[in-house]
Design a protein around this ligand. Structure first.
Ligand code: ATP
Ligand code: MG
Length: 575
């Protein structure tokens, strides 16, 4: 870690929260005594890494538990063994913890409930409320009907309880191949809600499950597992995204028709959508498998692991989630909102350093050869406690190529022939001469400095219009800097079907010859730092000991903040 840097962020609990319709429901249930102690859960399926959309659900579920003195369970919804892996189970736990949330001892797996779920399925059969259907998947789909047409009863719908029990037990025993039979609830094939047209409760699947191995040959559907798992855990408020709204009648039907230990209620909120981003695990999986990114934690990915590697601090994600709020109508959030939250968080904590991304050598002709001076540079302009550091100044320096123009336009105040600028923390320098290579490219500037301006001020009161950053050539370290841009080139990447066409070919820009002030060699992986005038960066784990790699988390430019300020001035809400 850099000196003066504390642990990242404060805890999630110490931040205040917005009110929203779900929190209002919880508060009302507690006030009316309908709920004694609130229990929520975050129920990821371990078939991929968590993304920023999941962060919204995590902040909501864990946040409510914290604010109302309740409990939030982390429950893996591991009912589909063909897509689930231990790697994802581990990554999800790491990411929830990193976001700042703690499930304590309340770590659960739907697979722990397989035996009880199975028992409840038999109960439904005995009550004449479930049957084994031998129709193929296609037949079941065909006979389900449409939004305008009722479904058709299965020819197997009126099997006797005995026959159903026998077949279901043999399904469990592994007597039948995949797809041969399913267990269905017997509800109403004419229901206006297609989810109630005899939904599938169990399917045959001969597959290896990460936790139960080959013990099970049948697996419960999401609809049969979820509500009952909630009931087993005493979940009071089962909060999920809007696509489950039409499943709620089935959620309730199961709970009402089974002898479950508690009666949870389901509430739905709008999922997070972000511009320039796709938040579907299926698409993210394809990005990884197709080699479009280097992995789930590629810093261009909208995954929690990717954002962490990019240098985004957890408090920025929590703050972003708070700003967007919780609503019941789907919408797309501007990526600028996330960037804004990231800059807000980083501006507070990131120490300032100097780094030259695209170096141009300058020689100070009147500075003595071999002389080295130590100058004082502050670590954070708004935080005196962050202290200062010494930086070395010498005759040969690097400045940013972009800070020089041979034939500048009118408003260009940085370095150009004859122009004087301030070198941050150092001296005023004036450009005297331009050295070019055979190709006519500028390769070096010959400058002079004014020794009387040490520290950056002239005793005669003369002003300069620009302050530029620099590093000492002999005392800087070579580094690779990777500037990241959005993974997709379109604000509305082309839908899940053709996302590859919308990938941004400029999503990563590699600057192989950057020069850093040497204190950056001490930066820890993922620790945010501000390169003055450039943006926020962090050291990446691709670094070699003598050749660090830094990633740009985000630039300094903040047009979104200006928009927010403009809106606020107009009397609109800022988010
Ligand atoms: P997919 O991304 O493929 O649609 P999923 O996101 O539903 O899958 P789960 O692991 O089931 O994957 O999600 C866990 C929880 O996170 C669920 O309660 C789900 O509603 C919630 N969630 C998922 N995506 C979002 C999102 N974009 N915004 C808010 N909550 C989300
Ligand atoms: Mg899901």
């Amino acid at each position: 870690m850099l000196p003066g840097e504390g642990a990242t962020g404060d805890t999630a609990a110490s931040e205040t929260v917005n009110r929203d319709f779900i929190r209002d429901i919880v508060a009302a249930d507690l006030a009316a005594g309908r709920t004694k102690a609130v229990v929520t859960r975050f129920p990821p399926e371990p078939n991929g890494y968590l993304h920023i959309g999941h962060a919204k659900s995590i902040c909501l579920n864990f946040g409510i538990a914290e604010e109302f003195g309740g409990q939030c369970n982390l429950r893996f919804d591991d009912t589909n063994p063909t897509k689930e892996e231990q790697e994802y189970i581990d990554a999800i736990q790491r990411d929830v913890r990193w976001l700042g949330f703690d499930w304590g001892s309340n770590l659960f797996f739907a697979s722990d409930y397989f035996e009880r779920l199975y028992g409840w399925a038999e109960d439904l059969i005995r009550a004449g409320k479930a049957y084994v259907d031998d129709q193929s998947q296609d037949e079941i789909r065909l006979n389900r009907g449409t939004l305008t047409e009722p479904g058709r009863n299965s020819p197997f719908r009126d099997r006797t309880v005995e026959e159903n029990l026998d077949l279901f037990r043999r399904m469990r025993a592994g007597e039948f191949p995949n797809g041969a039979r399913v267990l269905r609830a017997k509800i109403d094939m004419a229901s206006g809600n297609i989810n109630l047209r005899d939904p599938v409760l169990y399917r045959i699947l001969h597959a290896h499950h990460p936790r139960t191995g080959t013990a099970w040959k049948i697996y419960p559907s999401y609809d049969f597992a979820h509500g009952q798992s909630d009931a087993i855990e005493g979940v009071t408020h089962s909060i999920c995204t809007l696509e489950f709204e039409d499943h709620r009648p089935l959620y309730d039907w199961c709970l009402e028709n089974l002898n479950v230990p508690s009666r949870p209620r389901q509430y739905e909120f709008a999922r997070l959508n972000l511009t320039y981003t796709l938040l579907s695990k299926r698409v993210l999986t394809e990005l990884v498998r197709g080699g479009h990114v280097t992995g789930w934690d590629d810093p261009r990915m909208p995954t929690i692991a990717g954002l962490r590697r990019r240098g985004v601090p957890p408090e920025a994600i929590r703050d972003f989630v708070k700003r967007i709020g919780v609503a019941k109508a789907n919408s797309v959030v501007d990526m600028g909102m996330l960037d804004f939250a990231v800059r807000e968080a980083l501006n507070k904590t990131a120490l300032r350093r100097m780094a030259v991304l695209k170096p141009l050598k300058i020689t100070i002709e009147n500075y003595p050869e071999g002389q080295v001076e130590e100058l004082e540079a502050v670590n954070h302009p708004d935080d005196a406690a962050a202290g200062s550091r010494k930086i070395k100044f010498s005759r040969e320096l690097f400045i940013e190529q972009d800070d020089f123009m041979e034939n500048p336009p009118k408003k260009f105040f940085r370095l150009s022939p004859g122009m004087e600028v301030r070198l941050r923390y150092a001296y005023f320098v004036t450009c005297r001469d331009v050295v070019k290579n055979d190709a006519g490219e500028v390769v070096e500037l010959r400058c002079t400095y004014d020794p009387a301006t040490k520290g950056g001020n002239a005793p005669d009161g003369r002003k300069v219009k620009a302050t530029i950053h620099w590093v000492s050539a002999a005392h800087s370290v070579a580094a690779e800097v990777r500037v990241l841009n959005p993974l997709f080139a379109r604000p509305d990447p082309g839908g899940a079907e053709n996302f590859a066409a919308d990938l941004n070919p400029q999503s990563i820009e590699v600057l192989p010859d950057s020069r850093l002030e040497p204190s950056l060699l001490d930066a820890a992986i993922e620790q945010p730092v501000q390169f003055e005038r450039q943006g926020y960066f962090c050291r990446d784990r691709d670094s070699a000991p003598d050749r660090p790699v830094f990633i740009r988390t985000i630039g300094l430019r903040d047009t979104f903040a200006k928009d927010v300020a403009k809106d606020a001035a107009k009397g609109k809400a800022g988010g």
